[in-house]
Design a protein around this ligand. Structure first.
Ligand SMILES: Nc1ncnc2c1ncn2[C@@H]1O[C@H](COP(=O)(O)OP(=O)(O)OP(=O)(O)O)[C@@H](O)[C@H]1O
Length: 266
């Protein structure tokens, strides 16, 4: 199977050389294969978001390298990487222009990977395509093309953000606790939609979550991060058989500390 993302000996410090020095990622080696849908869990401060941010290019990493489809992207900035890597954040306002309409946002998303020019104009034939795409979400949003995104509910916005992130197929989809701010029912809806989009388009995805049940239920591979290192990496059958108590037990074994359900979930 083709390797989409290859992370080699990734080290990251915040505040290196200062009194606040924090060695957050301590030698991460990870190959993500085509079609992998990976969940990453771990306690607060384990380095999950820092790992995702390193892949997205939010800051220069201290050392190591990151290859996307064999191309070394370590030195590329976040803008350049966003041509190929798309991202959905926890805050439904991120990743969308809240004062623009649904169709204007989708028109901007369609420009990913092209030399961007910031036109938000919507052409007639595009409108038809957007309607079809929105209808696949099953939320009636195909009738809200001219609604300002900021006026939609959090769940509706996250659904549209998912569509925007995938309307031009990304080589890698990053999901940063993208259902965590939603109520349980809406979170379930967004997670089901996520799974549908990923499997229909055979996307490669990397998802940070605090929800162990979601980490077990969705995707084909589960990674646990502890103090900046990968301590568990389970795939397919091994992952499918996991239960939440198994995960807590694994965490206890690997980290040498007792953990309550809440400290991983919250
Ligand atoms: N921009 C930053 N500048 C300085 N320190 C940071 C920055 N971002 C994160 N950190 C620190 O890096 C460590 C890891 O944080 P990170 O957000 O990656 O952890 P996490 O596993 O995602 O945690 P959580 O589950 O609490 O979101 C923490 O000690 C955090 O304070």
């Amino acid at each position: 199977m083709k390797t989409i993302l290859s992370i080699k000996n990734l080290q990251h410090y915040f505040g290196k050389g200062t009194v606040d020095e924090n060695h957050v990622l301590k030698g991460i080696n990870l190959d993500i294969r085509e079609g992998d849908f990976i969940s990453i869990i771990g306690g607060n401060g384990a380095g999950k978001s820092t790992l995702l941010n390193s892949v997205a290019g939010s800051f220069p990493i201290t050392s190591g390298s990151i290859l996307l489809n064999g191309q070394d992207i370590t030195k590329q900035n976040v803008m350049k990487r966003s041509d190929k890597i798309s991202r959905v954040f926890q805050d439904p306002r991120m990743g969308t222009a809240v004062r623009l309409t649904v169709e204007e946002n989708l028109a901007i998303a369609m420009k990913r990977g092209q030399s961007r020019g910031f036109s938000k104009g919507v052409k007639k034939q595009q409108r038809k395509f957007f309607k079809e795409q929105l209808a696949t979400l099953g939320l009636g949003l195909e009738n809200r093309l001219q609604t300002e995104i900021g006026l939609l509910s959090g769940g509706q916005r996250q659904a549209i953000t998912l569509l925007m992130a995938t309307i031009v197929r990304p080589e890698l989809l990053l999901l940063d606790e993208h259902s965590a701010a939603l109520d349980p029912k809406t979170s379930l809806l967004v997670m089901e939609l996520t799974e549908k989009i990923i499997s229909e388009q055979n996307l490669t995805a990397f998802m940070v979550t605090h929800n162990m049940e979601d980490a077990i239920r969705y995707g084909n591979r589960l990674i646990m991060l502890h103090q900046g290192q990968i301590v568990v990496d389970l795939a397919n059958e091994e992952k499918n058989q996991l239960t939440v108590p198994d995960l807590l037990e694994l965490f206890h074994k690997k980290s040498g500390s007792q953990v309550s359900d809440d400290s991983l979930l919250l």
